[in-house]
Design a binder for this molecule. Structure first.
Ligand SMILES: *Cc1c(COP(=O)(O)O)cnc(C)c1O
Length: 396
């Protein structure tokens, strides 16, 4: 099922899916900025539509620049095939709509991206596709959360923004016994740190807007999995709903991926350093970072991830007003949602990314109105820390 890994990850990130000799010797992949492709004859067009001849037809179906991206990410995730989308949510909705039918049930990790939560609500309202949230921490708990009509387990790990880690091997082993598909949103870890398909999960989703692109200049999504499932999604929820990526955005991602390993090393290092410093500050109540040896899920993280990642969340020791004050006092760190960019970003999940989640459900997910999420950028760690420190020190 899995592709043979010929080169190491760092090399694949630069070369996989592209051969210059197929593109007029251009070192860098060309941007095929075209909506459609020409056929030499009517018969050729008919053969392509019938799937009897390889070749491009129309850019909602496939495009050469997009194909390079898909091939590259498939190899990095050690999957058979991949599909790129116009956004992470286009990828998430393609999977959840594609894998369920009316009256099915989706079992979710307790804590999912805010818009994924919104999509789950919509699926319930329109098609009675129900969902429940589970902590997925023991075999008994998982088994008791699975229903007769459960068709898929949907996991985010580490969970946004609480940074809890789900034991993928445990969930996958239970799901396999029950014949249920497992989908992992791997946005936070990237294939550099975690490869869920290698652990036996069925599909991986990315918001490529984040670390895959890495430069805060593109919104995109990706799904990776086995050939058959990807072909099915390509022909249904991608082709007919149509959230396809543009050739230029695909090109930006192909470029961004080249530096993914180098960037991730630095993101992780900066997050590790900030965690240590934040934990020592008297105005910090709690820091949540899976790479921290005091994090309750640190052992699970070590089993399935290379490093702790570039994201952490923390709570100021004080009131909600103190939290607001600290954020507004920052000078270098930018207040913005999204993550995985060169710039260090901070956001307030309760009023921003998770504002759509009703307060009760939000508290249940561990998102208080004093929780802040920080995406460690690539700046000098001293500068990031000095900025955080002056903001925290300014609390009287
Ligand atoms: C951002 C994000 C998404 C949604 O992706 P978009 O590219 O914004 O549509 C989904 N899951 C996670 C974990 C994310 O961080």
């Amino acid at each position: 099922m899995k592709k043979e890994q010929t080169y190491r990850f760092e090399t694949q990130a630069i070369h996989a899916g592209y051969k210059s000799k197929h593109h007029l010797d251009s070192l860098t992949p060309p941007i095929y900025q075209t909506s459609t492709f020409t056929f030499s004859t009517l018969e050729q067009g008919a053969q392509r539509f019938a799937g009897k001849e390889d070749g491009y037809i129309y850019s909602r179906l496939s495009n050469p620049t997009v194909s390079i991206l898909e091939e590259r990410i498939a190899q990095l995730e050690v999957g058979e095939s991949a599909l790129a989308f116009a956004s992470g949510m286009a990828a998430v909705s393609s999977v959840l709509i594609g894998m369920t039918k009316a009256n099915d049930h989706i079992l979710c990790s307790k804590g999912v991206y805010g818009c994924t939560f919104g999509l789950l609500q919509m699926l319930k309202g329109k098609y009675n596709v129900d969902h429940t949230f589970s902590i997925l921490d023991t075999e008994e708990e998982i088994l008791s959360s699975i229903q007769e009509r459960t068709t898929c387990i949907y996991i985010e790990t580490p969970i946004n923004p609480t940074m809890k880690v789900i034991d993928l091997e445990l969930v996958i082993s239970v799901a396999k016994k029950k014949g249920i598909k497992v989908v992992v949103d791997n946005t936070f870890s990237t294939p550099y740190l975690q490869k869920p398909l290698q652990l036996g999960c069925d599909l991986v989703i990315h918001s490529a807007t984040k670390y895959i692109g890495g430069h805060g200049d593109v919104v995109a999504g990706i799904i990776v999995g086995d050939e058959e499932t990807i072909r099915y999604l390509k022909k249904t929820t991608q082709k007919d709903i149509g959230g396809v990526i543009s050739p230029f955005d695909a090109w930006l991602l192909v470029r961004g991926i080249k530096t993914l390993p180098v960037r991730m090393d630095r993101h992780c290092k900066n997050a590790e350093t900030l965690t240590v410093q934040l934990k020592q500050h008297p105005r910090i109540k709690a820091v949540y970072y899976p790479g921290d040896k005091d994090h309750p899920d640190h052992e699970i993280m070590k089993r399935q991830m290379e490093k702790g990642g570039g994201l952490l969340s923390f709570e100021v020791d004080g009131t909600y007003e103190d939290t607001v004050h600290v954020v507004n006092q920052l000078k270098l760190i930018q207040i913005a949602v999204s993550l995985g960019d060169a710039e260090t970003l901070i956001q307030h999940p309760a009023s921003m990314t998770h504002a759509v989640v009703p307060e009760e459900a939000r508290i249940e997910m561990g998102i208080s109105n004093k929780l802040l999420r920080l995406s460690a950028g690539l700046e000098a760690p001293e500068d990031i820390w000095e900025d955080l420190k002056q903001a925290l020190d300014s609390l009287s």
